[in-house]
Design a protein. Structure first.
Length: 638
């Protein structure tokens, strides 16, 4: 009885705090922290532009400096076994370039020794790091380009073309291809000199081609595909110089056409910073209106740490995502749809629904717009997860008036139209899954180059469809379920692409299957439940390390996090008709975590970007998922 009372009190307390935090426009806004590398790139670009905002540069400097490790390194997650070389190079370069740290500082000497001990700049495996180094004259461009810029001239229906890449990959690759093609490098009077950190530099000063081979047996296929690209380029009408110039202008147009209202490229911080450098390479002045507007857009994306001491660049603010999820969680927790807070959130979300065609429509035979994006400014790049989240939030309101019903119908039809031919759902686009792109010698190519079906997107989409009253008697749900059955891991888990990692994927898959009519006696469901019980911590919670996506298997964190504990519990609640000892122990652990003083587990990254390089700490997650799980515990078991 005490546990039930404690659950009820926690729901009441969390709900009350959320109602106090809602913004006047109906949104909820929590920081979305992608680590220090976006801050570092921002400093590098601001100094390159000779931008006079010293207060901003100093704040970004101080945030980076505040998380340096005792050995001089920087990490991308707390339990990373050693410091992260790419993040450390980004931080070291930015701190020096800011002018607020110097080579003589003891902390900078430690950083320099760490970088040298790991092989120097030559061993950096982040394409973004290498690009910003090369574009600012700190590292030579490679002698051979991975893909010729003339690839941009191929139309979308061509067997090999730019739109084979994922949406988020394209908006980063295009400015990089442009910068690399021009071998652009710009320095300023205050540029530091990092060449001593390159390590084993060739006598001629040119960097060798440092491309790592793809998976075993793939190099031959990759070489054949690249040869096909080159042959196709050679058949284009025109002289080589003319073709290259056409491709450069195509790259420029591609970027300009995808600038959001706030001046950012696709509402991503990193792609916007790359765009600024690429525009400089085309001759844009440092005070060109497009560049000035881009900097203003980036400045509007700053977030603040929970203690209020530091600011950081959010790679893309999460207002739409947070608002949709929190509105739904509050309704699950008992807040009626007629409550003013739910109405305000719905009005905000309806204003953010996309009503125009964009890149996502190229492979969609039924391109009726109706999706939602992740951030406030995102108006051209909707995704399936945000769309199902928004639809959950307005589900109870769709009978209120025609406006809500129209938004619901548009969104539902858009989600159904985005199902891949293999039966699963991806994040941003349909059937963007050509395997040869994962062979490119780019670290994390499998995660950034393509946008295939994933267990988390497929499971969460099925869970939404099930909540809307649909089940496996419908072909598209049956096909989605079959995709999940075919992609379960041997240990019973599912890999989640956009969260950490096997806990995220298993929660998504189990709740999706169960919501759409798969029974608890199904073998895949039983194996998934067994996996979750097997990895429960001794204290009743769950926690998974970011190392899982690098290792390719579940790696325990040895501590529970609120979001991961909530994910596991939510799946177990869905799979049980009554509470079990393991569920009750988990609920008690979750309540204890919520009541504990904030510590590193509250801000452990549980969002995934690039394995080993980029992870996200959603400040909202320690509220959203516990509230939803506690609400489901109370709803189903009391």
């Amino acid at each position: 009885m005490t546990l039930n009372l404690d659950v009820t009190e926690a729901i009441r307390q969390i709900s009350g705090e959320l109602l106090q935090r809602q913004q006047p426009d109906g949104s909820w806004r929590f920081p979305f922290d992608g680590g220090t590398s976006p801050d570092a790139y921002f400093i590098i670009v601001l100094r390159t532009l000779e931008h006079p905002d010293e207060e901003l540069i100093r704040k970004l400097h101080d945030r980076i400096k505040s998380v340096q490790q005792p050995d001089g390194s920087w990490k991308v997650y707390k339990d990373e076994p050693k410091g992260n070389l790419s993040a450390s190079v980004d931080a070291y370069y930015a701190l020096l370039y800011s002018g607020y740290s110097s080579e003589a500082d003891e902390s900078m000497q430690l950083a320099r020794r760490f970088i040298a001990s790991r092989g120097g700049l030559r061993k950096v495996n982040s394409v973004l790091t290498k690009t910003f180094l090369a574009a600012t004259g700190q590292y030579p461009w490679p002698t051979k380009l991975i893909l010729p810029i003339e690839l941009l001239l191929f139309p979308p229906h061509f067997p090999v073309n730019l739109f084979d890449f994922s949406a988020y990959g394209r908006v980063h690759f295009v400015p990089i291809m442009l910068l690399a093609d021009r071998r652009y490098a710009i320095k300023t009077p205050v540029s530091p000199d990092l060449f001593m950190l390159i390590g084993n530099r060739d006598g001629d000063g040119d960097a060798p081609d440092e491309t790592e081979p793809g998976p075993s047996g793939t190099n031959r296929g990759l070489d054949a595909m690249l040869d096909a690209v080159k042959q196709a380029v050679s058949k284009l009408a025109g002289f080589p110089a003319e073709l290259r110039e056409q491709a450069r202008r195509k790259a420029e147009r591609f970027m300009l056409d995808r600038i959001e209202a706030d001046g950012t490229l696709y509402s991503y911080g990193t792609s916007t910073l790359l765009m600024i450098m690429a525009l400089l390479s085309l001759g844009y002045g440092k005070r060109h209106p497009v560049i000035v507007r881009a900097i203003e857009g980036l400045a509007s994306m700053l977030g603040q740490t929970e203690d209020g001491k530091h600011v950081f660049l959010q790679n893309t603010p999460s207002a739409v995502w947070d608002t949709a999820l929190l509105s739904h969680a509050l309704q699950e927790a008992g807040l009626p749809a007629r409550h003013p807070a739910i109405g305000r959130a719905a009005n905000y979300l309806l204003g953010k629904q996309h009503r125009s065609l964009a890149d996502w429509s190229l492979r969609n035979p039924n391109p009726v717009p109706g999706g939602w994006g992740f951030s406030d400014s995102n108006a051209i790049n909707p995704d399936v997860d945000d769309t199902t989240a928004a639809l959950r939030a307005i589900a109870r309101l769709r009978t209120k008036d025609e406006r809500h019903l129209d938004a619901w119908n548009r969104g539902l039809n858009w989600v159904l139209s985005m199902q891949n031919r293999d039966g699963g759902w991806a994040a941003f686009e349909k059937d963007t899954d050509k395997e040869w792109l994962t062979w490119l010698p780019v670290d994390g190519a499998k995660s950034v180059a393509i946008d295939p079906s994933t267990a988390d997107l497929t499971g969460r989409t099925l869970e939404f469809l099930g909540s809307a009253g649909l089940d496996v008697r419908l072909d598209y749900i049956l096909h989605g379920s079959e995709w999940l059955f075919q992609h379960q891991e041997k240990d019973g888990s599912w890999y989640g692409r956009w969260g950490i990692c096997y806990l995220y994927g298993t929660w998504s898959a189990l709740t999706g299957l169960l919501a759409t009519g798969t029974g608890t006696d199904n073998g895949a469901v039983r194996r998934g439940v067994r996996f979750l019980l097997n990895v429960q911590n001794a204290d009743g919670g769950w926690g998974e390390s970011c190392r899982s996506d690098v290792a390719g298997e579940y790696v325990p964190l040895r501590a529970g996090t609120p979001s991961q504990t909530a994910w596991a519990l939510d799946a177990l609640i869905a799979a049980h008709a009554k509470p079990s000892a393991e569920i009750d122990r988990g609920i008690r652990s979750l309540l204890d975590q919520l009541q504990a003083e904030p510590n590193w587990t509250h801000h452990y990254p549980t969002g995934a970007g690039l394995p080993g390089l980029f992870y996200s700490d959603y400040y909202s997650y320690k509220t959203i998922w516990p509230l939803l799980t506690l609400a489901h515990y109370e709803k189903f078991f009391r």
